[in-house]
Design a protein around this ligand. Structure first.
Ligand SMILES: [Zn+2]
Length: 311
């Protein structure tokens, strides 16, 4: 069985202005490293369609999707940049990129459920986990993972899915969308007192939030995962796992101050694959979120993919 790899040139074309950390070069760094290490041959590349409106509506308010698409399409037609918040801008290529990123997550979900792939990684931009039901923020427009998880439940008929978020920032958007949807268990850790300054008190009983102080290292994170995530995941028995795979908790990443290294991402992925093997017919869809130190990002994605692809 194969590990599917979803990426598209449209996701590279999106950019938010010179010097912005969420930059096209992030995808180049990942691609280059996969080629240089030979890991690309262990992956099967799949086509990335544009997301359908019906799938966007599974996680976002209809009015929000209509307003944001109008806003993005105008930016695209006029070739201009428009700010959504101080960190987040829509540029001429953002509309297509956002539609591809969410489209990749949904297509990956279908490929895995249909058995065309054992698991999948979406190397996409823009990221998604800060996008709430009705607000774009923190470099995010559509919540790729929440859309995919709801697609698995509402369109493909699964009954229980888990969302795992290991980005350094709290996945406030995903939490907003799936809070109290008891078909979903969300587990995460994130740096406390960091953007978006939420997550201290979970919004629903279906989530485990682990805020950790700056400078926490991988060993402590592993202990927290073992003690808090694993028993809940085991009890929940998810039929599929979705990963908000942000790599900005890496020691070399300046957007956060946590101390993870490649071996920690490898360990976390291994623990999640174990859960997927026991309960979910190995089904995992992982989507890129943050990760801004280009070398560390590329090496960490490779560590994650080596476990997913068993190489
Ligand atoms: Zn992040």
């Amino acid at each position: 069985m194969t590990t599917a790899y979803f990426s598209h040139p449209d996701c590279r074309a999106h950019e938010m202005g010179r010097g912005h950390p969420e930059c096209p070069e992030r995808l180049d760094a990942i691609e280059d490293h996969l080629l240089a290490t030979g890991l690309d041959v262990a992956l099967t590349r799949f086509d990335v369609p544009l997301v359908r409106r019906e799938d966007l509506a599974l996680a976002h308010a209809t009015g929000y999707v209509a307003e944001l698409s109008e806003f993005m399409q105008q930016a695209s037609m006029r070739g201009e940049y428009r700010s959504v918040d101080p960190d987040t801008a829509v540029g001429p290529a953002t509309w297509q990129a956002a539609m591809r990123a969410a489209g990749a997550a949904v297509a990956a979900t279908d490929a895995v459920i249909d058995g065309r792939a054992e698991n999948a990684f979406c190397a996409v931009r823009p990221p998604g986990h800060h996008a709430t039901r009705s607000r774009a923020m923190g470099f995010c427009f559509f919540n790729n993972v929440a859309i995919a998880a709801r697609h698995a439940l509402d369109v493909r008929g699964l009954q229980r899915v888990a969302i795992v978020d290991f980005d350094v920032h709290h996945g406030n958007g995903t939490e907003d969308i799936i809070a109290n949807d008891e078909r979903v268990l969300m587990v995460s850790f994130f740096q406390d007192q960091l953007y978006p300054f939420s997550g201290g008190v979970p919004l629903g009983t279906n989530m485990i939030n682990l805020p950790v102080p700056a400078y926490t290292r991988g060993g402590e994170i592993r202990e927290l995962i073992e003690a808090n995530w694993m028993p809940r995941l085991e009890a929940f028995k998810p039929q599929m796992l979705f990963i908000s795979a942000g790599f900005d908790a890496h020691r070399e990443d300046d957007l956060g101050q946590l101390g993870l290294v490649e071996a920690d991402y490898e360990w976390i992925t291994r623990r999640l694959v174990d859960v997927a093997e026991r309960h979910a017919q190995r089904r995992i869809v992982s989507c890129l979120e943050g990760g801004y130190a280009l070398g560390a990002l590329a090496r960490s994605v490779a560590a994650h993919l080596r476990v997913l692809a068993s190489v």
